[in-house]
Write a protein that binds this ligand. Structure first.
Ligand SMILES: [Zn+2]
Length: 89
């Protein structure tokens, strides 16, 4: 199993990619964290999400301890059999 960890530089709006925190995960704008999605104020107003709200983040909040600041982890469950086959010629 391969594990790829991609650290985040900051948090972005999942809709329009507006930057919502600085590099220390201090909020630089108000944002709304819905389950699985982070919305900036503009996108929240436009799309009025109905999914469950996790928390409201206010400008200046430190969200470095939340899941939003955690690195993204991709795990691949491919078995390596096909790639590790050695053919002797
Ligand atoms: Zn947005």
């Amino acid at each position: 199993m391969e594990r790829t960890i991609i650290p985040k530089d900051c948090c972005l709006c999942d809709i329009c990619n507006a930057q919502l925190t600085d590099g220390n995960f201090i909020a630089t704008a108000d944002s709304w964290w819905y389950e699985g999605w982070l919305y900036c104020a503009d996108c929240k107003a436009e799309y009025n999400p109905t999914r469950p709200l996790v928390m409201v983040i206010k400008k200046g909040d430190d969200i470095s301890h939340t899941d939003l600041a955690k690195p993204m982890i991709f795990e691949s469950f491919d078995d390596n059999d096909s790639e590790s086959t050695i053919t002797f010629g």
